[in-house]
Design a protein around this ligand. Structure first.
Ligand SMILES: Cc1cc2nc3c(=O)[nH]c(=O)nc-3n(C[C@H](O)[C@H](O)[C@H](O)COP(=O)(O)O)c2cc1C
Length: 190
């Protein structure tokens, strides 16, 4: 069984990220090759990066970093559900990525983004550059949701359609391929 962590990237009060993530989680739960877990950065509540040592050394001073390290280490694959803030990624996800290093290495990551006309695509493009530095494999397949607000009702429930469900399913199939291959690679070469 492969551990898939769905990361909710935004943290502000009243955010819409959880609504989108709940929908994606419902699709991921049908992919039985994954044990799926939601990771909400608002709950994790990391402070602005405060470790004295470079994360590459994995010598953490603070308990919040050790806890975050354990969560990331446990994963075989990630899906980051993210908004676009000012044509880029929310600071909360960059901060969470910066905190640890080896724990991300040689693991696949896919993206679900939401936004206005852009569907959050610029956020994902910018994140790809960051995850590349962490030696992650960023999938070409992604789910971008333009004009996403139209899909969220007053109770914060996201309404999907066949096209989005299919995109999510295809992305998860690709993610599984990479997760299997990279898990084997990690077990053989560290
Ligand atoms: C600081 C900030 C910057 C934003 N910048 C963009 C943007 O560049 N592109 C876009 O499509 N939407 C932008 N939006 C609108 C967001 O798509 C919308 O507020 C969305 O709900 C944010 O995700 P969240 O609710 O999970 O925080 C921005 C929102 C905020 C709060």
């Amino acid at each position: 069984m492969l551990n898939l962590k769905i990361i909710i990237a935004t943290t502000r009060e009243g955010r819409k990220g959880p609504a989108v993530a709940e929908w994606f989680h419902s699709i991921a739960a049908t992919h039985t090759e994954f044990k799926v877990e939601m990771v909400d950065l608002a709950t994790i509540n990391l402070p602005m990066f405060d470790e004295p040592q470079h994360p590459v050394l994995r010598k953490y001073k603070y308990q919040h970093t050790k806890d975050w390290s354990a969560i990331v280490d446990d994963a075989d694959a990630f899906v980051i559900v993210t908004a676009e803030y000012n044509y880029s990624f929310p600071a909360s996800i960059k901060n969470a990525l910066d905190y640890v290093y080896q724990e991300w290495n040689y693991k696949p990551v896919a993206f679900v983004s939401y936004g206005g006309l852009s569907g959050g695509i610029r956020s994902v493009q910018a994140l790809k550059q960051v995850v590349n530095a962490l030696k992650m494999v960023a999938l070409a397949d992604a789910v971008h949701i333009p004009s996403f607000k139209k899909r969220i009702d007053d109770h914060n429930v996201f309404t999907s359609d066949g096209h989005l469900d299919k995109s999510a399913g295809n992305m998860l199939t690709e993610l599984n391929k990479w997760a299997v291959a990279l898990k084997e690679m990690r077990s053989k070469t560290g």
